[in-house]
Design a binder for this molecule. Structure first.
Ligand SMILES: [Fe+2]
Length: 313
């Protein structure tokens, strides 16, 4: 695969300071501030992966995807030109835009993120006691939870089939799983999914997802967030069916959902992974609480649709 990861995202929000504080509480570190007040935040292993900039309504302004070399950019540029999509090319960077999600996509030649291996955790099982004479490490951690890297972004597209084609045939993402008539889980790395595009009545940033070491870190991180503000809770703890990851979703002050995740499926051999075509709520999660209605229909959606109508009659 010529692409090797999701490098960074640029959020547009109307309330930069509040949203920045939220992501600091979430475990990211502010690295620098723009002259216009925008902020840049880093994960533990991925470096600067979130840029928070100003916009009238919450939205994803841009994403950056990592490519191996210049040949990959040449190849992607010719794909996009064939699809009659805009391409702006410099030596190490290609910039384009997906009309369906209204997101600017940068493809940049960049090094792989080096992940520090997590400590192996021994779980005692029936007939398989492996952690002997020791308490579980998850109960003894007192450090602040820090996401290791950005995992994926979920976007609403007003033209899902064309957005799916943009990411797959244009940029070279692979399809890991599909929800029939609704969404495609796509990867540009060995993670099961890095971008999920779903059909929506308006372009929308649904959620971003950030990898933590294990399920204990999901619980510790989420509980710490809820101690600050219980209204941040959205949905969790649970385990997704598609992608298999444990999850807990929270909500930032602009209305974007952010997910802590661990133990996602990892695809290292495209030939050995069988994409599935899924239907129904069961495909969303194997276990967990019932998701709230606003997970599917964010509460600010109607207002955004009205605004979009005024702006683009
Ligand atoms: Fe997710």
């Amino acid at each position: 695969m010529s692409l090797h990861g999701l490098s960074s995202l640029t959020f547009g929000v109307p309330n930069i300071p509040e949203v920045t504080t939220y992501y600091e509480d979430f475990g990211l570190d502010v690295t620098r501030t723009d002259a216009d007040g925008g902020t840049h935040l880093a994960t533990a292993d991925g470096g600067e992966q979130l840029h928070i900039a100003h916009a009238d309504r919450r939205r994803l302004l841009a994403m950056t995807v990592a490519a191996e070399d210049h040949d990959d950019l040449d190849h992607i540029a010719s794909n996009l030109a064939r699809m009659e999509l805009p391409v702006d090319r410099s030596e190490n960077l290609l910039t384009t835009r997906d009309p369906g999600t209204d997101v600017v996509v940068n493809v940049e030649v960049s090094p792989h993120i080096v992940m520090t291996p997590s400590e192996p955790v021994a779980y005692n099982g029936p007939g398989r006691p492996v952690r002997l004479n020791q308490r579980a490490p998850g109960i003894e951690r007192i450090n602040r939870v820090r996401p290791r890297k950005l995992g994926h972004v979920v976007l609403g597209s007003t033209d899902q089939p064309s957005s799916q084609k943009f990411f797959t045939e244009g940029l070279g993402f692979r399809i890991s799983d599909v929800v029939k008539g609704e969404a495609a889980f796509m990867r540009c790395s060995t993670d099961h999914h890095n971008v999920l595009v779903q059909a929506a009545p308006i372009t929308l940033l649904h959620h971003t997802s950030w990898q933590v070491d294990d399920v204990d870190e999901i619980g510790r991180g989420a509980m710490s967030m809820l101690e600050e503000d219980p209204d941040r809770h959205v949905w969790g703890l649970g385990r997704h069916h598609i992608g298999s990851n444990f999850f807990w979703y929270l909500k930032d002050p602009a209305g974007n959902f952010s997910e802590y995740y661990s133990d996602m499926d990892c695809v290292v051999d495209d030939e050995l992974w069988q994409p599935g075509v899924w239907e129904g709520i069961k495909s969303l999660f194997s276990w967990g609480p019932k998701p709230p209605d606003y997970f599917f229909h964010p509460e600010d959606l109607a207002g955004h649709m009205a605004g979009a109508h005024v702006g683009h009659p």
